[in-house]
Write a protein that binds this ligand. Structure first.
Ligand SMILES: [Zn+2]
Length: 431
């Protein structure tokens, strides 16, 4: 049942739909693409977007903490994904804090403002950075993932305040870079000690409640051969003959496929909301000359795994080595596995009260969220694992994340704003 105050907030959201849409369009206008692995943020847009958010938060009486992350000072620990030499300058983090008026539970709202590259512009039928509107949709890179969430959470707070509602518990708003690559933006907030009784990451979830996500590990396997003239039938390798690294690599690729199939049915790789562990080759590079036995093949892979999987790299290595042990050449010249810093998965207990708060709030709008998991991860991993805060993700409906013609549904954006407003008021308590 909605209270009078709650009805008033929802009414204000309805009356100001246009403003919410415009705020999101302004956010989309800033080109805040996650820099590539060896790149750094260019241009003023990252700072300008955060300036706008600071102005919005200041207008709502939040105190502000703005800083740039020095990745080399972040803690490295298993699953942190920290890349110490990544240059994170020019991508400020903003944390705003609104002190509660009484004794209520505290809440963090977290959103990433970085977006993936728009990709091939010709494949878009809308300018990726204009926020063009067509019918019920706003198009643009980040329209869905997840500038929609940032707009919804800020506007929710705004209309709570405009209705004259005072929150009892503290409210913290975090807008961070880097979610799309390393999650170091949110990790930096966690390491600075920002904490609360619950977190809502306003990722777009199509109005479901996201409670579980898989971890991620990428890496490279190098398979070795021995060079020789391509037009010559070589003697046995023990007599100095050439060895084809491509045919050896086939065995390794097959081993990775076998591993994924094995995990598909293994009891310890099952999860209620998530797919089982998997590893897939994503890039292959090999051979040096068309008339030459290839000396080397590099196989890069992507792997995702459920939160209880502790060290997928070790499992991959054991499989590769067991296959190599059955091949006399590879036994003596074993493939080499190199892995990148990995990120752990995370899940939140289904009985955490914040889940019920969000579900009850959605039901007020006749929306029945399901509990869901996703195959990849979000910044919730650090909030759950590092800061130990019950964290859910909840946000608007739309589509095209990481694809051309990304969009958010306008009615989904408005509903998400309302559900967030109700969740904030009910979680923090208010008067
Ligand atoms: Zn996202």
């Amino acid at each position: 049942m909605l209270s009078e105050k709650e009805k008033q907030v929802l009414r204000l959201v309805d009356e100001n739909k246009g403003e919410i849409v415009e705020y999101l369009r302004r956010l989309i206008n800033f080109k805040t693409v996650t820099p590539p692995p060896n790149g750094k943020a260019d241009g003023d847009d990252y700072r300008k977007l955060q300036d706008l958010i600071c102005k919005t938060l200041k207008g709502m009486n939040f105190s502000l903490d703005v800083w740039e992350i020095d990745a080399s000072k972040l803690k490295e620990f298993p699953g942190s994904g920290v890349i110490p030499d990544r240059d994170l300058s020019n991508m400020p983090v903003v944390v705003g804090k609104l002190k509660g008026a009484g004794k209520g539970k505290s809440l963090i709202l977290n959103g990433h403002y970085d977006v993936v590259s728009p990709g091939v512009i010709e494949n878009w039928s809308h300018d990726p950075f204009k926020g063009e509107i067509e019918g019920n949709r706003i198009f643009g890179r980040g329209a869905y993932d997840m500038k929609s969430g940032i707009a919804a959470m800020l506007e929710a707070v705004k209309f709570i305040q405009e209705a004259g509602v005072k929150l009892n518990g503290d409210l913290i708003v975090e807008t961070v870079p880097e979610e799309e690559l390393t999650s170091m933006g949110t990790l930096a907030c966690c390491e600075k000690g920002y904490t609360g009784d619950a977190v809502i990451v306003t990722e777009p979830t199509n109005m479901d409640v996201l409670v579980a996500m898989r971890g991620n590990l990428t890496g490279k396997i190098t398979v070795f051969g021995r060079a020789g003239h391509g037009d010559v039938l070589p003697p046995h390798w023990k007599e100095g003959g050439a060895v084809n690294a491509i045919t050896k690599a086939v065995k390794i690729i097959q081993a990775l496929e076998e591993l994924t199939e094995e995990w598909r049915n293994r009891p310890d790789k099952q999860h209620r909301f998530l797919n089982s562990d998997m590893v897939i080759p994503t890039i292959i590079r090999g051979g040096e000359w068309i008339i030459m036995y290839p000396e080397k093949v590099e196989i890069e892979f992507d792997s995702d795994f459920i939160p209880s999987t502790v060290n997928l790299g070790k499992e991959i290595e054991e499989k590769i080595m067991s296959v190599a042990a059955t091949d006399p050449w590879m036994k003596e010249h074993p493939p080499k596995l190199e892995t990148n810093p990995w990120l752990y998965g995370a899940e939140v207990d289904e009985n955490e009260p914040i889940i019920q708060t969000a579900i009850e709030a959605a039901k007020e709008l006749d929306i029945e969220p399901k509990l869901v998991g996703i195959g990849s991860l979000t910044d919730a991993i650090h909030l759950i694992n590092y800061s130990k805060i019950p964290t859910i993700s909840f946000g608007a409906s739309g589509g095209g994340a990481h694809e051309p013609n990304e969009f958010v549904n306008i009615d989904g954006l408005i509903s998400a704003t309302k559900i967030l407003a109700l969740s904030i008021m009910r979680w923090c308590g208010c008067s």
